[in-house]
Design a protein around this ligand. Structure first.
Ligand code: NAP
Length: 282
């Protein structure tokens, strides 16, 4: 699996598996664990989760999926903003470690900017790193002004990623946040790469230009949407899939090479906004 370098020098795989909505329904658990294991078997070893997902339930699903193969996996989890003070981060991380059944999270993120002082969050992240409980830390849903503030704080030079909404329909970060992150060698993690709900009428996957590109390659529109993100410099992509067919398709998107004609057609179907807009969020 291709990987990008984090500012610490550690490597992060370019394709991962999301877990939002997992761990909520006990009757779905077996399929969720199986999907994550299938992904790992196919080489999709990054798993993105959060204490928020299923209020810890998703982390438990991940814990079950990675039992006995922790070393094969790159684990990302996130702390709630209301837990993001000095003591709260430490306690939240320890709870996450227990649910995940590991003693170290590879990348630990502030889920979104809340009201607690960012300086305290970063201080707590640095301490967790020194304790060996996390390898790297970063943020999520930070627009450029938040990033500028974060990197200027003590520990800010270690901010390893910004996980944000980025897909063909949501291209606002191409204006400023993405180029800025690239310049600083901070990988961006693209969440909801299929827009969360691809079955929705008039959703991303229903776009006729996307369908035309997919037909040309004999692949699905979802694979084109993922390949479009995967070809971007400095971007990690984390689709969530429970259906085994989806897990396999998403892995195969890594091998899809889009031509200049494809890219032009996708630009026509999904134009970049005409001016800068505030960061979109799910
Ligand atoms: P997503 O990955 O864009 O879409 C997930 C949906 O797409 C599921 O319904 C899934 O179905 C379906 N799907 C997956 N692969 C498919 C394929 N090849 N063809 C057709 N449909 C396919 O949405 P997301 O879950 O919102 O985002 C991905 C991950 O990003 C999350 O799970 C989470 O880890 C992270 N995230 C982070 C934030 C944040 O604030 N930091 C916010 C949102 C999401 P099945 O499950 O039925 O296979």
């Amino acid at each position: 699996m291709n990987a990008l370098l984090l500012p610490s020098g550690n490597r992060i795989p370019v394709l991962g598996q999301g877990t939002w909505n997992m761990g909520e329904d006990p009757s779905a658990r077996r399929d969720e664990v199986a999907a994550l294991r299938l992904g790992i078997d196919l080489g999709v070893t990054l798993i993105d989760t959060a204490e928020m997902y299923g209020e810890g339930g998703a982390e438990e699903v991940v814990g079950e999926a990675i039992a006995g193969r922790r070393d094969d996996v790159f684990l990302v989890s996130k702390v709630y903003p209301h837990n993001a003070d000095r003591k709260g981060v430490q306690a939240a991380c320890e709870r996450s470690l227990r649910r995940l059944g590991t003693d170290c999270i590879d990348l630990y993120l502030l889920h979104w900017r809340g009201t607690l002082p960012l300086a305290e969050t970063l201080e707590a992240f640095v301490r967790l790193r020194e304790q060996g409980k996390i390898r790297d830390f970063g943020v999520s849903n930070f627009d450029l002004d938040d990033m500028l503030e974060a990197v200027a704080l003590p520990g800010g030079e270690l901010v390893a990623t910004d996980q944000v909404l980025f897909n063909l329909s949501q291209r606002g970060i191409e204006w400023d946040l993405l180029p800025w992150c690239r310049e600083r060698h901070i990988p961006v993690m693209a969440y909801s790469p299929l827009e969360s709900n691809p079955g929705e009428q008039n959703g991303l996957l229903g776009n006729p230009q996307l369908a035309a590109v997919a037909r040309r390659h004999g692949v699905t529109p979802a694979q084109v949407a993922l390949a479009w993100l995967l070809r971007q410099d400095g971007v990690v992509v984390i689709p969530k899939a429970v259906q085994p067919r989806h897990v396999r398709e998403n892995r195969a998107a890594l091998d899809l090479v889009l031509s200049p004609q494809d890219l032009a057609q996708l630009d026509a179907g999904f134009p970049v906004p005409h001016r800068r807009r505030p960061l979109a969020m799910r």
